[in-house]
Design a protein. Sequence first.
Length: 209
Amino acid sequence: MCWVVVVPVKQTAQAKTRFGGTDARVRRELAHAFALDTVQALADTATVGAVVVVTDDVSVRSQLPDDGSVIAIADVGAGLNAAVRHGVQWARERSIAGPVAVVPSDLPAATAANIEICLRRAELVSLGVLPDAESLGSTVLTAAAGVELRPAFGPASLRDHAAGGAQVLEATGLDGLRRDVDTLAHLRAALALGVGSHTREVVERLGLR
């Protein structure tokens, strides 16, 4: 089964405002690195046929893999859930068949192995959602081929996705895929799990350990 994964990426200059005590440059570099590591992990996943990155961030677009596995399209500028809907519609209008998943761009500890396991579990349901590390938010949202995907990312999105019909996926063994990073405490937790090369380089260069 071949998945299309949509990754919405906001302008990194506006991202990670919850990183208290860090300046805008640090937040920008971290958000940029998180996005690149998330996309790379997805591109390395065997059952992912295409990664659709929805963004207007030129710095992110310029460093995406150029082997054809990743497609960048413009954001519609109406928020996260609108960006997700735009990415899904773009893929399906171009007859990219098969199931669709949505993954946020702040999962630097995600690995291809984690993603593979999660998508295998998602194959068994029409709509699926993976809880974040706190079991409040969502780090993966999935829809089978032909099933409408209804994104509700935001505070308590796990509850909202479940209320919309998504089945909560088994989370065992998926710690890296569940650890989204919004704060320095989250970053330290991700580092303990192991992060991708872009995040590791920024953390080491800026002395954030």
